[in-house]
Each structure stands twice: as C-alpha cells, then as structure tokens.
Design a protein around this ligand. Structure first.
Ligand code: KIV
Length: 270
C-alpha cells in the first residue's frame, strides 16, 4: 500500500506529533495557484469556509454550500504536494446527525482528495467527532469564536471573558481531544484561555486571534497579504497586495489608453 503514498506529504500523525516540539504553520487557500505558492512553506492548507466571505463576497459563512467547499477543495488539492489539506464542512452539512456528518465528510474527502475535515464544535458535537474518527475520517475541531454561530452569538464576538464561558470552552477542548480530533483550532479567545487549553489537551492547538501560546497558528491568507481595505485587528500584515494590484491595473489602464498596449497576433503566439 505504501507505494501509493507520497512520502513527502505531511500527514495527520505528523501534525499530532508536533505538540510540544515544533510550531505548526497553517494558512487558508482557495485556489490552485495560491496553493502551489504556499505548499512548500506551510504544514497545513485549510480550505476554510471563509471562502464565502473572502472570495464570494458573502457577509458571513452561513451561505457557503458543500458544493462550494468541494470545488475549492479540488482546486487546492491540485496545487498541494506537501502540505496536509483540510477542508471545512460548511454550516448545515454536519449538525443534524452523526450519519449526516459522516456522509458529507466522506463525500468531501472522496471528491476532493483532501486529508481531513474541520468542524466547528460545541459539547453536543463531540459524539459526532468520535463517530467520524472511529470510521477513518480525520477531524480538526474548531472552538472559541465559531463563525458559523454568528447569528446565535449576535456577531463575531471574542470568547472567554466570563468564567462560565472559559470553563465551557476548556470542557469542549477536552471533549474534542477525547473524541479523537487530531488538532483543535482555537479562535478569538483571550491569551490566558488559549494557554490553559494548550496546556490541558494532548493534541496541538492552532490559534487564530488567540495568542502565541498555541501550538501553531492559522490566518486567512487574503488578510495577511493585505488584499482588503481593512485588515482584522488581530492580523499582523505581511504584505500589501491590494496596493500592488491597484498599481499594476493603473499601469495597464494607462497602456491601453495611450495605445502602448501590444496588439499584434505575433505577440499572442510567443
Ligand atoms: O474558515 C476559515 O478560514 C477558518 C479559519 C481561519 C480557522 O475556519
């Protein structure tokens, strides 16, 4: 069987073993060219349902469908030979029952070729995670600020200010690890809570807006590259792509208007 495996590929066990040894570098990706660029540099490529907001201009992730995740998952898998590719299960595709979650997770893995799925979980979802893991579906959990709960929460709100909330999130982290999740994304929680979770569970925590105390970090790639007018407050900017794009398009427009634009068919062929 091993002849079919790509030896250079980062696997689920590799990620789990990083706990306490080596930080895990993760970014989102939604397309083949971006996946190709990121693949040699990161450990995990997440096809996040943030694709709905970042690529499709939706106000939240609620409108993202399984078909959208499969299409973007296929694109990213085509561009990745080294990184572990994880695809988000979108809102409404896994909450109804563990059987629904299993069927849709299998569909995503089969149709995209990704290596794991991510689920936003609360205490009621631990049973579902265990059901998937026991049937060979690697699961990355997502706790703290859960964007798919934006309507229930009344917005994208930082978690862990209240003692009861902190206790609840730590409980969910324990349940997820016990259910067999190989890593846990911890989003939008205060540093003290992120540290507590990271120390408490035996699987790696991947932070987003959750401090450096986590075992790894993830960002939405478009945010860290500065593709939008406003970068979220917790994101350190590593680029100003928006300005580069505006500059390049302004040059192009000026070439077209001044007639400097090459129009001959010979150029088309070379
Ligand atoms: O959808 C997403 O991109 C995510 C992360 C950024 C963690 O869930």
């Amino acid at each position: 069987m091993s002849i079919y495996l790509n030896n250079a590929r980062i696997t689920v066990p590799h990620i789990r073993q990083r706990k306490g040894h080596e930080k895990i570098v993760c970014l989102t990706a939604y397309s083949t060219p971006i996946a190709r660029l990121l693949d040699p540099l990161v450990d995990v490529l997440l096809v996040g349902d943030s694709v709905g907001m970042v690529v499709h201009g939706m106000p939240t992730t609620i409108g993202v469908t399984l078909e959208m995740m499969i299409m973007h998952g296929q694109a990213v898998v085509r561009g990745a030979t080294r990184a572990l590719v994880v695809v988000d299960l979108p809102f409404g595709s896994y909450e109804r029952s563990k059987e629904q979650a299993y069927d849709n997770a299998v569909r995503v893995m089969r149709e995209t070729g990704c290596h794991a799925v991510k689920l936003e979980v609360n205490e009621y979802m631990a049973e579902t995670v265990e059901f998937l893991v026991k049937r060979g579906v690697p699961v990355m959990g997502h706790i703290g600020l859960r964007p798919q709960s934006v309507n229930a929460d009344g917005g994208f709100k930082i978690k862990g200010r209240l003692k009861t909330e902190r206790e609840q999130i730590v409980k969910e982290a324990h349940q997820l690890a016990d259910a067999g999740a190989f890593a846990i994304v911890v989003e939008g929680v205060l540093e003290e809570l992120a540290r507590e979770i990271t120390l408490a569970v035996c699987v790696p925590t991947i932070g987003i807006g959750a401090s450096r105390t986590c075992d790894g970090q993830i960002l939405v790639v478009d945010d860290m590259l500065g593709l939008f007018e406003r970068t979220p407050k917790f994101v350190r900017s590593y680029g100003t792509l928006r300005e580069h794009i505006q500059h390049a398009v302004a040059l192009y427009a000026s070439d077209v208007k001044s007639g400097a634009f090459p129009t001959s068919a010979e150029c088309y062929q070379c």
